[in-house]
Design a protein around this ligand. Structure first.
Ligand SMILES: C[S@@+](CC[C@H](N)C(=O)[O-])C[C@H]1O[C@@H](n2cnc3c(N)ncnc32)[C@H](O)[C@@H]1O
Length: 330
């Protein structure tokens, strides 16, 4: 991945590819961008999307594809020629009836079109009683910030709480040089999907399973997946102490704030130099403030970290957001 604080590329093909592969319909094209989309550029877009091996292996939701191409054709056909393959593609989608699967693939592209993470997930906010089956905006924001501050995570043991489908952990595993990454969640369906996503993104890592939990390794990388329910501190191996704990969108339910805090306290007691980074979208100020109050009970210093501005990844800058850095008070 390219180093440094470069802003996301402005090229219209890159923009369209990113939006299409990541399943985002909320994009707009300016008149200049539409003018730029010659047939050659449209061909480039098609080769990087619906004609790519990635899309063929891990296709996106049919309905999303239909809406995306409909919108793109609408932009194009007023001002320029539309590539035949776009019409053909839309027709081919019409033949697919009753898309039953609630799961789909999303391909998140970083600065460089070759740096891609594929995540199998749902659109549903809650499914089977968990919020963990989709990538939340805070996960993208936290990943972006971590990629801008890679040196903090170099050679460190990282633990992620409430990993969900694994976007942040997989991003760090792919692009940072941490010593090890342990991804955790409490829900078994979420853990299974997380494992599936690790396999998709790290096909070369060797999988071993001990005590029912898988570990993915090669000589440079270790990614462990374990069940960790914040209500069950006994889930935490007594010999394990991370250098850094991260979490994205895990401060949303008042009933889990105390248990979450106890988990942090446990790790602070094992390693007083522990650093914790928690990224949140603040939907409810009261819940967020309650979390900072609960943190007061465990003798920690809490600081707000300024999130980056969509450097490697696009995320919703309009949302009220925050990354907290938590360390032990000296
Ligand atoms: C809103 S999702 C965020 C998932 C992921 N971090 C992201 O941002 O895409 C919250 C996650 O916290 C997990 N979670 C909720 N309560 C938990 C608990 N008591 N113990 C462990 N994980 C929990 C859920 O299973 C879910 O994966």
């Amino acid at each position: 991945m390219a180093e440094g604080n470069k802003s996301i590329k402005n090229d219209v093909v890159h923009k369209l590819v990113k939006n299409f592969l990541s399943g985002n319909l909320k994009y707009d094209l300016t008149q200049d961008e539409i003018n730029e989309l010659s047939l050659d550029k449209q061909e480039m877009f098609l080769q990087s999307t619906i004609h790519s091996p990635l899309y063929k292996q891990y296709p996106l939701k049919v309905e999303f594809c239909r809406l995306f191409f409909k919108k793109l054709i609408k932009y194009l056909d007023q001002y320029s020629e539309v590539h035949d393959d776009m019409y053909e593609f839309i027709c081919s989608l019409m033949k697919i009836k009753n898309e039953e699967n609630t799961f789909c693939y999303r391909h998140y592209i970083f600065q460089n079109l070759n740096d891609i993470i594929t995540i199998k997930e749902t659109n549903n906010m809650v499914i089977n009683g968990t919020t963990g089956m989709k990538t939340w905006e805070a996960a993208i924001m936290l990943s972006d910030w971590m990629l801008c501050n890679k040196e903090l995570f170099h050679n460190k043991r990282l633990l992620e709480l409430g990993s969900g489908v694994g976007f942040t952990g997989i991003t760090i595993g792919k692009f940072c040089s941490s010593k090890s990454i342990t991804l955790t969640d409490c829900h078994s369906d979420v853990l299974n999907l997380l494992v599936e996503n690790i396999k998709i993104n790290f096909p070369d890592l060797q999988k071993t399973t001990t005590l029912q939990f898988p570990s993915f390794k090669n000589e440079h990388k270790v990614i462990d997946v374990i069940k960790l329910d914040w209500h069950c501190l006994e889930d935490i191996d007594v010999n394990y102490y991370p250098d850094i704990v991260i979490g994205a969108d895990i401060v949303y339910d008042p009933s889990i704030l105390l248990p979450l805090c106890s988990v942090l306290d446990t790790f602070f007691n094992r390693n007083p130099h522990l650093q914790v980074y928690i990224a949140s979208v603040i939907r409810n100020e009261d819940t967020f403030n309650q979390f900072t109050k609960v943190l007061d009970n465990i003798n920690v210093a809490v600081d707000k970290v300024v999130p980056s501005e969509c450097v490697f990844l696009n995320w919703d800058k309009e949302m009220k957001r925050c990354i907290l850095k938590i360390i032990k008070k000296t």
